[in-house]
Design a binder for this molecule. Structure first.
Ligand SMILES: Cc1ncc(COP(=O)(O)O)c(C=O)c1O
Length: 489
C-alpha cells in the first residue's frame, strides 16, 4: 500500500517537519488515539489538582465520581509518587511472575489477606477488573477439577440480571447487561444462567418484608441451580452493591447470607465482584464485611490503587486454595499473565491503602457519604424526573435514577440517551462536574442513572460543591428537556 493511503486526503496534504518519520513520508497524522467513539473527540485533560481536573484552557471539572469510581485519594499524592519511585529506582518496575516475586508484592498480598482477618487465603494481582474476573472464572472451573472428589462437569455460572462483570469475553459472558453484550452475543461462550438482581426499587413488591424478599431470591437461586443441575454449576457471581449496571443498588439485609447458604448446600462457589463497590467505597473495606458473608473468591480493582496504577486483585478463600494444594496439578493455577503481580502497581496500591488507614479515610467515607446522600435527597428527591436516590447507607457511593413517570417508574427511552446527555452537559464550563452515567438498568436497554462516587478524602465544602453542582445540572438539564419537548408539540 502506498504511504499515505491510510490517511485522509486532508491529512495527507499536510506535513510536519518535526516528525521523526523517514524523510518524504506523509506525516500529518492527527488524533491517532482510538477513543470511545471514532466520531466524538473527548475533552483533553491537561492536569489534575486535588479532586479536580483542568483542561488546557483552564476549565475546571470537579470529579464527583472518581472517574469510574476509581480515584479514592485525589489526583496526585506525594506518598504514592515516592513509593512507586522507590520501586523504579530499584529497577523493579517490572518483574516476571514466572520464577520471581518481590518484597513489595508479597507485602501487598499480606496486607490484603490481613484486611479480611485471614478469612481469605491468597491474593494475586492483575491490571484490570476484567482480567481479575477472567481469573476468577478459570480458578472456579479448575477448583472443581482439583477438589478431592472432582466434578469436571461444573462449567456453568449463575449471574444476575442486568449485571456487569467486565469487557473481556469471559467476563462479558457472565454479565446480564443486554446493551453491553448485544454486539458480541455470537462469540460469547454462553456459560451464564441468570437469576433476578437484588434491587429494592425495581423488583421488591410494595409491603414485602426484607425477609420475604430474601426468601424469594433464595427460591429463585435454588430453582436455577436445580434447573441446570448442581453438578454443572461452578459458581455464582454477584456484586454485593451493584455499581454501574444498576446504579449503587445495595443487597437487602440477609440477602448475602441466604445466597451463601444456598451455594454451600449445592457445592457452588460464591464469587463477589467488588471491583466497583470494594476497597472502602461502601464504608467497609470489603463490602461483604457489612454482613460478614465471606466469599470463596473475591475480585477488586478500581479503588485498590486509587487510579495511580492499573491494579486489580483476586483473593481466594481457604477451601479453594486447599483443593489446589492437594489437587492433581500440584498447586499450579493454569493461568498466567505477563503483567501480573506488578511491583510498581503493588507499591501504588499498598501506599494508597496505607493512606486510607493513616488518614482515617474510611471514617471520612462514613461521615461524608451519608451527608452527601441526605443533602442530595433534600435537593433532588422531589424532582419530577428523579425516581430514586440510593446507595449503601455508610458509603460514599450513590446514584440518581431518572424516570419519565415517578408513579409508574417508567424509564426514559434508550434512544433519548438521558444519562449520557446529563454527563456531557456536566462537563461544560457552565457546570464543571463529572458524574458517572449508566443506562440499561431497568431492562438491559432502558433506564438511566448517574453515579456520585467522589474521593474518600472530600471535605464538607466539597460535599456542598457536589450537591450544588449536581442539583443545578439536573435542574437545568430537565428544564431544557421540557422546553424542547414543548417546542415540538
Ligand atoms: C462490577 C465490575 N466488574 C468488572 C468491571 C471491569 O473492570 P475493568 O473495566 O477494570 O476491566 C467493572 C468496570 O466497571 C465493574 O464495575
Amino acid at each position: 500500500m502506498a504511504p499515505g493511503a491510510l490517511y485522509s486526503q486532508e491529512d495527507s496534504l499536510r506535513r510536519s517537519a518535526s516528525s521523526p518519520t523517514p524523510a518524504g513520508a506523509l506525516t500529518i497524522i492527527k488524533r491517532c488515539l482510538l477513543n470511545r467513539s471514532i466520531n466524538v473527540n473527548p475533552l483533553r485533560l491537561a492536569r489534575g489538582v486535588g479532586n479536580s481536573w483542568y483542561l488546557a484552557d483552564g476549565t475546571e471539572i470537579y470529579d464527583a465520581s472518581g472517574g469510574a469510581a476509581v480515584a479514592s485519594i485525589g489526583k496526585r499524592n506525594k506518598r504514592v509518587e515516592r513509593a512507586t519511585h522507590r520501586i523504579e529506582k530499584l529497577g523493579l518496575s517490572y518483574a516476571p511472575s514466572l520464577g520471581f516475586d518481590t518484597d513489595i508484592t508479597e507485602e501487598l498480598a499480606t496486607w490484603m489477606i490481613r484486611s479480611t482477618a485471614g478469612l481469605m487465603s491468597k491474593a494475586v494481582f492483575y491490571c484490570s477488573g476484567s482480567e481479575a474476573v477472567e481469573a476468577a472464572i478459570k480458578i472456579a472451573v479448575q477448583y472443581h477439577k482439583e477438589k478431592p472428589e472432582p466434578q469436571p462437569g461444573k462449567t456453568l455460572f449463575i449471574a444476575r440480571q442486568r449485571s456487569y462483570h467486565g469487557a473481556t469475553l469471559g467476563a462479558l459472558d457472565l454479565s446480564g447487561h443486554d446493551a453491553r453484550k448485544r454486539l458480541y452475543t455470537e462469540v460469547l461462550a454462553g456459560k451464564m444462567r441468570l437469576v433476578p438482581e437484588c434491587h429494592e426499587y425495581r423488583n421488591k413488591i410494595k409491603g414485602q418484608s426484607d425477609a420475604e424478599y430474601v426468601q424469594w431470591h433464595r427460591k429463585k437461586l435454588i430453582e436455577k441451580i436445580e434447573e441446570f443441575g448442581a453438578n454443572r454449576i461452578a459458581g455464582f457471581i454477584l456484586e454485593p452493591v451493584v455499581g454501574a449496571a444498576l446504579g449503587c443498588a445495595p443487597a437487602v439485609p440477609g440477602y448475602l447470607t441466604a445466597m451463601r447458604e444456598v451455594c454451600d448446600d449445592y457445592g457452588v462457589l460464591l464469587i463477589f465482584d467488588e471491583i466497583m463497590c470494594g476497597m472502602g467505597r461502601t464504608g467497609y473495606l470489603h463490602a461483604w464485611q457489612e454482613e460478614n458473608v465471606v466469599p470463596d473468591i473475591q475480585v477488586v480493582g478500581k479503588g485498590l490503587a486509587g487510579g495511580f496504577e492499573a491494579v486489580s486483585a483476586m483473593m481466594i478463600g481457604h477451601k479453594v486454595i486447599n483443593a489446589f494444594r492437594n489437587g492433581s496439578s500440584n498447586g499450579a493455577f493454569a493461568h498466567g499473565q505477563t503483567f501480573q503481580n506488578s511491583p510498581k502497581g503493588a507499591a501504588a496500591a499498598l501506599e494508597t491503602q496505607r493512606i486510607v488507614v493513616d488518614e482515617k479515610l474510611l471514617e471520612n467515607v462514613r461521615d461524608k457519604g451519608p451527608r452527601l446522600q441526605q443533602k442530595i435527597r433534600e435537593r433532588l428527591g422531589h424532582h419530577r424526573y428523579v425516581g430514586d436516590i440510593r446507595g449503601p447507607k455508610k458509603g460514599i457511593f450513590l446514584a440518581l435514577e431518572f424516570v419519565r413517570d415517578k408513579a409508574s417508574k417508567t424509564p426514559f427511552e434508550e434512544s433519548e440517551g438521558i444519562a449520557m446527555k446529563i454527563f456531557s452537559q456536566g462537563l461544560t464550563k457552565a457546570h464543571g462536574i463529572h458524574v458517572y452515567p449508566g443506562s440499561g438498568s431497568v431492562d438491559g436497554l432502558n433506564g438511566d442513572h448517574i453515579i456520585l462516587a467522589p474521593a474518600y478524602n472530600i471535605t464538607n465544602a466539597e460535599v456542598d460543591l457536589i450537591v450544588d453542582r449536581t442539583t443545578r445540572l439536573v435542574e437545568v438539564f430537565f428544564d431544557n428537556y421540557d422546553r424542547s419537548r414543548k417546542a415540538l408539540v
